[in-house]
Design a protein around this ligand. Structure first.
Ligand SMILES: [Zn+2]
Ligand SMILES: [Zn+2]
Length: 458
């Protein structure tokens, strides 16, 4: 703890204190501090392959383990924690709740879908708490202690993602959450710039912003662009089509099932996490009723040209559905020459070798393999903003300050450069544990809170 500052913010202070997700992509855990109270935004895990393996091995964190941020700081401050607000249901934003929430026991605010996914996580891990989950809708505005929170729907590769306008007596913060500009997101409502332009009237002090794609110029492609690329490729095929994508990307599942319907194929989902996401979407009424899937056991009996398999395992995870197909150990269906495998996904840094090995195994079965990163047409659309998207958002919101987050230092630096070009004259760059004082003075206190990673076994 830094000796020059009290542990608690005064009524004149507005603080941002990330314990995870700043200086890295993953395990987001953000704290806002004002008037002796804290508000937590998101509580995630990081990818199972550490971003810096050599460093993490030294700390005893092995591959394949789930990692959460060290939350000791907020555990000590739990009496002053008013709530946890969840922006969306990606693991790097909710995955830590089952480990961390039992030590905090405060109310959790989430949309209907995120709340459903959170409930299922607790049940799957046999944690039978009466969760104080409050379901919110986009547009809601609530006082949570001294923080007034307004939820603003934003497009991302996860349904119902919410950015937040957090207003206090000491100023207002726009927390973008993960986002992209998507005029045709396939599922959920399209991006509406007017909502963000109106924020300029709210005198936003600081914009805390996603940096994931800040190294890339231009705009991020729409989910609809990816639908066109996938349709072109799939419509030419005569054998089985196997597509691997992130199980949480419901819009991609909708896209694929619609393409299957148009091209005379039945769809079966392989992988528990994918079935769980679809079931959660059905139970809260956001899944289109006309889109049907068939059980895995039927796939082996159908003509090859009538089959589309959507499988988990795009990162080369051991024991995932695609891993089993590559080893011909799926009991319902064996792949054969003439079948194709499409990776409708990115390569997450750290997973290059496992994906390469998986592709080698698939090719050894005489299967043709297509990956978005090497294919001419778009087979995957990212959920994060590129430079032009960031530029537009800074111009619309007009914050006084920029605080890039959700990225490694290179991504955050690029995001800061864009903010400067968009007219935001001051920014702060830092890392987990640094305190970003947004008001009354804009400054950073390094290493304010102890941080680190905790490996958890599940
Ligand atoms: Zn994220
Ligand atoms: Zn996300």
């Amino acid at each position: 703890m830094n000796k020059h500052l009290s542990a608690l913010p005064s009524p004149h202070d507005l603080w941002f204190l990330p314990l995870g997700g700043t200086g890295e992509i993953g395990m987001n855990l953000n704290l806002y501090g004002h008037s002796e109270r804290w508000l937590m935004v998101d509580c995630g895990t990081t990818f199972n392959v550490p971003l810096d393996p050599s460093k993490d091995y030294e700390k005893g964190v092995k591959r394949e383990e789930v990692v959460i941020p060290d939350y000791a700081f907020i555990e000590k401050e739990k009496d002053n924690l008013v709530a946890i607000v969840i922006t969306h249901a990606h693991e790097d934003h909710i995955g830590g709740l089952t480990s961390i929430w039992p030590r905090l026991q405060c109310p959790i605010y989430a949309t209907a879908f995120a709340a459903e996914v959170i409930r299922r996580k607790f049940i799957n891990e046999e944690l039978y708490y009466e969760l104080p989950l409050v379901v919110i809708n986009s547009g809601d505005q609530l006082d949570l202690g001294p923080f007034n929170v307004r939820w603003i729907n934003i497009t991302h590769s996860m349904i119902e993602t919410q950015s937040l306008l957090i207003t206090t007596e000491a100023g207002a913060v726009f927390h973008t959450a993960d986002w992209k500009i998507d005029d045709a997101p396939v599922l959920g409502s399209r991006f509406k710039s007017a909502k963000f332009k109106r924020l300029a009237n709210d005198s936003v002090l600081a914009m805390i912003c996603d940096s994931t794609n800040a190294k890339q110029p231009g705009h991020t492609e729409s989910e609809a662009d990816c639908a066109a690329g996938l349709h072109t490729l799939i419509s030419k095929q005569k054998g089985r089509v196997i597509v691997s994508c992130f199980s949480s990307n419901l819009a991609r599942l909708v896209t694929l099932i619609r393409i299957a319907n148009k091209t005379g194929r039945y769809v079966s989902l392989f992988g528990r996490s994918m079935e769980n996401m679809l079931s959660a979407a059905r139970s809260v009424g956001i899944w289109p009723d006309d889109l049907q899937t068939i059980p895995n056991r039927h796939v082996g009996y159908l003509p090859k040209e009538e089959v589309m398999i959507i499988a988990t395992g795009s990162q080369g995870e051991t024991n995932s559905a695609l891993d089993k197909f590559s080893k011909q150990s799926n009991r319902h269906c064996e792949l054969e020459k003439g079948d194709i495998v499409i990776f409708s996904s990115v390569i997450i840094p750290g997973n290059e070798r496992s994906i390469e090995k998986l592709i080698e195994r698939l090719k050894a079965l005489s299967l043709e393999v297509f990956h978005d990163e090497t294919h001419s047409d778009c087979l995957h659309a990212s959920g994060h903003p590129r430079q032009q998207d960031l530029f537009d958002m800074y111009r619309w919101v007009k914050p006084t300050y920029a605080v890039p987050t959700h990225g490694e230092s290179v991504h955050m630096q690029m995001n800061a450069n864009v903010s400067y070009c968009a007219g935001v004259s001051e920014h702060l760059l830092g890392k987990n544990g640094d305190l970003f004082c947004l008001s009354p003075n804009f400054k950073k206190v390094q290493n304010f809170a102890e941080t680190g990673r905790i490996a958890i076994q599940r």
